[in-house]
Design a protein around this ligand. Sequence first.
Ligand code: ADP
Ligand code: MG
Length: 403
Amino acid sequence: MSDFRTLDDIGDDFGDLRGKVALVRIDLNLPMNGGQVTDKTRIVASAPTILELADAGAKVLLLAHFGRPKGARNSMMSLSMVVDAVQDVLGREIMFVPEVAGDIVAQSLGIMRPGDVSILENTRFWPGEEANDPAFAKAMAANGDLYVNDAFSAAHRAHASTEGLARLLPSYAGRSMQKELDALDKALGNPEKPVAAVVGGAKVSSKLDVLKHLVTKVDHLIIGGGMANTFLAARGVDVGKSLCEHDLTSTAEEIMEAADKSGCTVHLPYDVVVSKEFAANPASLRTCNVHEVAADEMILDVGPQAVEALGDVLKTCRTLVWNGPMGAFETEPFDAATVALARTAAALSKEGSLVSVAGGGDTVAALNHAGVAQDFTYISTAGGAFLEWMEGKELPGVAALSQ
Ligand code: ADP
Ligand code: MG
């Protein structure tokens, strides 16, 4: 899997990078408010790649998409809006070029000196981007000598700037892409055993393929969150008013049978935190055995005894991959199981006995809420790409780099 080339291989191909043009795909799909970038994490992630290439004397052209302009120019989604934020992070002046191909880009390259960085316009202003049109990719490639992909978060899409370009120019994984692929390989590609997976979140239906893939890969599958209710129902537990996909109980059974066949132990909670209403610290809050949930109660978190047992499971493991919170963590006290298990995983990682990789929008929020994100071995902020990787799918942007 990890037979992609990195910035370390550029020297062999080009010798000196001075004056060469590097087309660098990064993630600039940044959270914005009132025309201002509100979170620069994604720029920070790709800064080492950009600066390494620039400091080696390359002329760096940054490529990225923003929003969903659907193949047409849209001033509300111009990447000119992120120039200031990128300048702030890089600590140097950069130029904005309102095209991605053609003469204007060529003329800009004429003005740029070795080591200069420019941002090209939103690739999705052109229909050829999402269609992965070879002619569009060729037009972009015409201005470059090499291609670097540093946007793992966009690698699940076969678009011209994420996949097509890699087929036309010598291509390399950027430092952030390389870090992500190495971490994911350690977690599921070639993990140290035993391996545990924690899968939580609201619904089984959104993570069916993840569950099906994981039972063939891991030794322990820990199921929490709303999706545990569907598995409990499949085992004959009355889950009362809980969020539960009753039409998926036979699918849940199939997953448990597949796990059995592969020697994967499925862990479901045996005590749970319930309440009659979904509110912070409700009067009807109580902890009970899964067989004691009343008809008018909802399961909103995994119980403390189960969390302790799950912590003991993690202590026997060398690798952990985590997606999805164990309970409705946004509302107290239903964050307790997620916070407690996250702290155990973080402590084991810090000690060096566990390689821990986590991803998912709400998962990252939950780990930040628990105050332990920095102690995990690796946190993926890639969202859709991370989930597709957990499903065992080959990501087109990554596959193209491995050619
Ligand atoms: P991620 O974004 O990390 O992939 P999901 O989107 O799948 O995670 O799931 C997160 C959501 O699941 C959270 O909003 C959380 O409140 C919800 N959730 C977790 N456990 C329960 C539960 N027992 N009942 C209802 N919702 C739950
Ligand atoms: Mg989510």
